[in-house]
Design a protein around this ligand. Structure first.
Ligand code: 13P
Length: 293
């Protein structure tokens, strides 16, 4: 069933768990995410990043995401990830998405505040939830494809300049009235080029200052222990794409290696093996995010 992000995250916050938010720029990932969620009886978020419009435009994939969400036996929010323009946000709202992320985090703070406030008014007037970003979550040189593409190595030494400040977050949330906040504390989009060192206590400080459900971007490649601490400290939504995408790629490569001659190679089997690889990976992630084992 289709639900708002606010409903999902309010419940998750009360129950100290997180909901997986999976970018799904193809039918296979949508099916994998829904099947995994139904098997685990877990709520789930299907999301489309504006940056993935080059793979498939929002207007094409959006109605399919909504159709799967409505027919699912578990609660599903359908979300626009990293909306960089009002146009993309309004398009998602018109399609029937139940939440949007307006990402003005690369702009000056006052512009981020002003524009986010404006989009919140519009979205809330039609019952759509809003996520914003404060601080800068970068994209690794390998993989990714959403968010801001800057090599974090360049600026990593001055974390205070890029990580989310709890006091500023408090002001931002009060002023904008967003429903959840994406925060920067060391995660990056794409494949980690070195082991992530996360500032996990910062999450708790931001939660205490804002009382909002918080969002981890760059959820692929985080250790199980760090996921659990992040959830205990206030993370309620975990954005996850890269490792599921790689798992699908690996499953296809394994399948192709097993086929002895080219005339035995069929596209439908390639798709089936890739979908199974994505599903197994997403299901393992969801089981951790549920925080019940
Ligand atoms: P990963 O690249 O770590 O999977 O993160 C995806 C994400 O944060 C989408 O917004």
């Amino acid at each position: 069933m289709l639900v708002t992000l606010k409903t999902l995250l309010t419940d998750a916050k009360k129950q100290q768990r997180a909901v997986g938010a999976f970018n799904a720029p193809n039918l296979e990932t949508i099916r994998a995410a829904i099947e995994a969620a139904e098997e685990l009886q877990s709520p789930v978020i299907l999301q489309h990043a504006e940056g993935h419009d080059s793979l498939i435009p929002l207007a094409e994939i959006g109605p399919i995401m909504l159709d799967y969400a409505k027919r699912a036996t578990v609660p599903v929010a359908v979300h626009l990830d990293h909306g960089a323009s009002f146009d993309a946000c309004l398009q998602a709202i018109r399609l029937g998405f139940t939440s949007i992320m307006y990402d003005a985090s690369s702009k000056a703070y006052q512009d981020n505040l002003k524009e986010t406030k404006e989009i919140v008014k519009i979205a809330h007037s039609v019952g759509v939830s809003v996520e914003a970003e404060l601080g800068h979550i970068f994209t690794s040189a390998l993989g990714g494809g959403e968010g801001r593409a800057v090599d974090p190595e360049e600026v990593y030494d001055d974390v205070e300049a890029i990580y989310t400040d709890p006091e500023i977050a408090k002001e931002f949330v009060l002023e904008t009235e967003v429903d959840c906040l994406a925060i920067a504390f060391g995660t990056v989009h794409g494949v980690y080029l070195k082991e992530p060192k996360l500032d996990l206590p910062r999450i708790k400080k931001i939660r205490d200052a804002t009382a909002l459900p918080l969002v981890m971007h760059g959820g692929s490649g985080v250790s199980e222990a760090d996921y659990r601490t992040a959830i205990a400290n206030g993370i309620c939504k975990i954005n996850y794409y890269t490792y599921g995408n790689q798992a699908g790629g690996r499953a296809v490569a394994d399948y192709i290696r097993q086929v002895s001659t080219d005339d035995q190679l069929f596209f439908e089997d390639v798709v089936t093996s890739g979908t199974a690889g994505i599903k197994a990976d997403l299901k393992a992630a969801m089981a951790i995010f549920k925080n019940t084992i």
